[in-house]
Ligand binder design. Structure first.
Ligand code: IMP
Ligand code: MG
Length: 184
């Protein structure tokens, strides 16, 4: 860990180290490459949180693939009951007939990915699977199948390795919990 990091004072615990993250990403890349042998992948990252995970993950994938990104935002309170999310940036290309792998930073209630997988199915994908670095299964309200999971994390507020609080902390190289006084 870099002792010069100014944000360390806000960190409660380092939950997953840089080395642990990279080891799991190597395993995920190997598994994905085996599962998609002979196929071509369309990897869709959910901005902004998944961008750092995605950039490390794709370099461990050995099958032919292309990359795209989507940005979504929640509709606020209404989204919790309707499961509706707003597409802020849509995909650049059609997904018809493609094998799509959605890459996400963290799955909490499951609302976002449930909506997105249904949306992509309605657009005619051949297959859609989900790869998330972190999973908070205790918080799930919408049941969605998650195909690839890096780590399960406790029900704490998480930051780092792409994941933010109020847009900060994405540049922490590890996954950490945040001191409660920082977000409450
Ligand atoms: P879901 O739709 O409830 O599954 O929410 C998923 C999104 O909520 C993630 O992509 C994150 O952007 C955000 N999120 C969930 N838990 C955390 C957390 O602990 N820290 C930061 N963002 C989180
Ligand atoms: Mg996200």
């Amino acid at each position: 860990m870099n002792g010069k990091c100014e944000m360390i004072k806000d960190v409660k615990d380092i939950l997953i180290s840089e080395e642990e993250i990279q080891d799991v990403i190597s395993d995920l890349g190997k598994q994905i490459s085996e599962d998609y042998k002979g196929k071509e992948l369309y990897v869709v990252g959910i901005l902004k949180g998944a961008s750092i995970f995605m950039s490390d993950l794709v370099r461990k994938i050995t099958v032919p693939m292309t990359m795209d990104f989507m940005a979504v935002s929640s509709y606020g309170q209404a989204s919790e009951s309707t499961g509706e999310v707003k597409i802020v940036k849509d995909l650049d290309f059609s997904v018809i007939g493609k094998d799509v792998l959605i890459v996400e930073d963290i799955i909490d209630t499951g609302t976002t990915l449930s909506y997105l997988t249904e949306l992509l199915k309605s657009r005619g994908v051949h297959d859609v699977r989900i790869c998330t670095l972190l999973d908070k299964p205790s918080r799930r309200t919408v049941n969605i199948p998650v195909d690839y999971v890096g780590f399960e994390v406790p029900n704490e507020f998480i930051v780092g390795y792409g994941i933010d609080y109020a847009e900060y902390y994405r540049n922490l190289p590890y996954v950490a919990s945040l001191k409660e006084e920082k977000y409450k």
